[in-house]
Design a protein around this ligand. Structure first.
Ligand code: SOE
Length: 379
């Protein structure tokens, strides 16, 4: 059976997922057969152009006409359009793959996760945390699960970008609380929180995050609107989200965590780093060197850099011979392979909407902590 896929959104994430779908038959021959059936957006001209480039059969300007007509619905729009179409699709029994963060607000994320729960495990509802699908991250998880790092004491995650450090960088929906929910916290922090949960969240490692203390900052309060204010002063709009955040965490086993995310980290373009220290070892990962994992085992005097590109490393056998490195776009191929395979089998998929909600609870608590100036306990 060919799965018909409908996709809402044709910009950055639309392109990343469409590229992934196009790669599947060539590199993952056991993936289900799919048709890039319909691309959804509002601007008809831009949509038609994207559909043509991304290999979609048709276009639609209203997601309502699509959600119960396809075998899988991808919600890749801005955060404020995550909830309504995703809920409608799940209520129609259509599996959903939704970009992160799951929603702009905790209330919407709760409603989405509840609808996913009601739809049942045979209707997969996935939250597209693509960094779980980096081979080196999978390798790190294997080491952690095998107990190679021992008892986890410290967890550190930083996600640094710099695309807003210029005060004249244009305003976008990502600067607006109603549309985005939060700024660096939701956009970048969601990835970091999810990855740390993925790696050390099991009860026999650090467990879930139980307490947080957060601090949010906005450095530029308004930004020019692109192509706005013809003839006079440029039109500006207020920035109503954080430009950067920091947080401290306490995990169920007592491990301490520190997080940081910024759009103002001059010189850092997409720099996501994790460090974990356990009683018998440590590991380090950097997205800028995503084919590598640095591991230090008990007794070592320094980190060993492991090139995670062997044919028995996670996902690598689908691509090139050992040592022929992979990139950021491959993470989307891997997550699409897993999600669409779950759809074809009618089985659950992880990261799920429940995972998206758990990350959102942490982010929400970080924000509340900042507002109240106190630590917040998670239930
Ligand atoms: C922009 O900050 C962005 O594209 C995020 O939205 C993505 O999730 C991240 O992977 C790269 O940066």
């Amino acid at each position: 059976m060919t799965l018909e896929v409908g996709v809402l959104g044709y910009r950055f994430m639309g392109k990343a997922h469409a590229n992934a779908m196009a790669r599947l038959p060539m590199f993952f021959p056991d993936a289900p057969e799919i048709e890039r059936s319909v691309l959804v957006g509002r601007d008809e001209e831009a949509l038609a152009d994207a559909a043509d480039r991304f290999g979609f059969e048709s276009t639609a300007t209203d997601w309502r006409a699509v959600v119960d007509d396809v075998d899988a619905f991808y919600n890749l729009g801005p955060n404020h359009v995550h909830a309504e179409p995703s809920i409608a699709a799940l209520e129609a029994g259509t599996p959903v793959f939704c970009e992160k963060p799951l929603a702009p607000t905790l209330e919407e994320a709760e409603a989405m996760a509840e609808t996913a729960r009601e739809a049942g495990d045979d209707v997969p509802a996935g939250c597209a945390f693509n960094y779980r699908f980096v081979p080196a991250i999978r390798y790190a998880k294997e080491l952690l699960e095998a107990g190679d790092l021992g008892e986890i004491h410290h967890v550190r995650g930083r996600y640094l970008q710099d695309w807003l450090v210029d005060p004249d960088a244009p305003w976008s929906w990502r600067n607006d609380e109603d549309m985005a929910g939060s700024g660096a916290l939701g956009d970048l922090g969601a990835h970091t929180v999810d990855l740390l949960r993925f790696l050390v969240g099991d009860d026999d490692l650090a467990g879930e995050i139980e307490r947080v203390s957060g601090h949010l900052g906005t450095f530029v309060e308004e930004r020019p609107v692109e192509d706005g204010g013809e003839g006079g002063d440029p039109e500006t709009r207020p920035v109503t989200v954080d430009d950067a955040y920091t947080a401290q965490l306490e995990f169920a086993n007592g491990a301490l965590g520190t997080l940081e995310g910024s759009r103002f980290a001059t010189g850092h373009k997409n720099d996501h780093t994790l460090e974990i220290h356990g009683s018998s070892g440590s590991l380090r990962f950097s997205l800028e060197r995503l084919n590598e994992l640095e591991v230090l085992r008990e007794g070592d005097r320094g980190y060993e850099t492991i090139l995670v590109t062997d044919e028995d490393d996670p996902y690598v056998d689908h691509w090139w011979p050992p040592g022929h490195v992979l990139g950021w776009e491959h993470t989307f191929v891997h997550e699409n392979y897993e999600f669409l395979s779950a759809v074809a089998r009618g089985e659950s998929f992880a990261p799920s909407f429940a995972d998206g909600l758990t990350a959102q609870r942490v982010l929400d608590a970080i924000e509340r902590s900042d507002e109240r100036g106190e630590w917040i306990d998670l239930e």
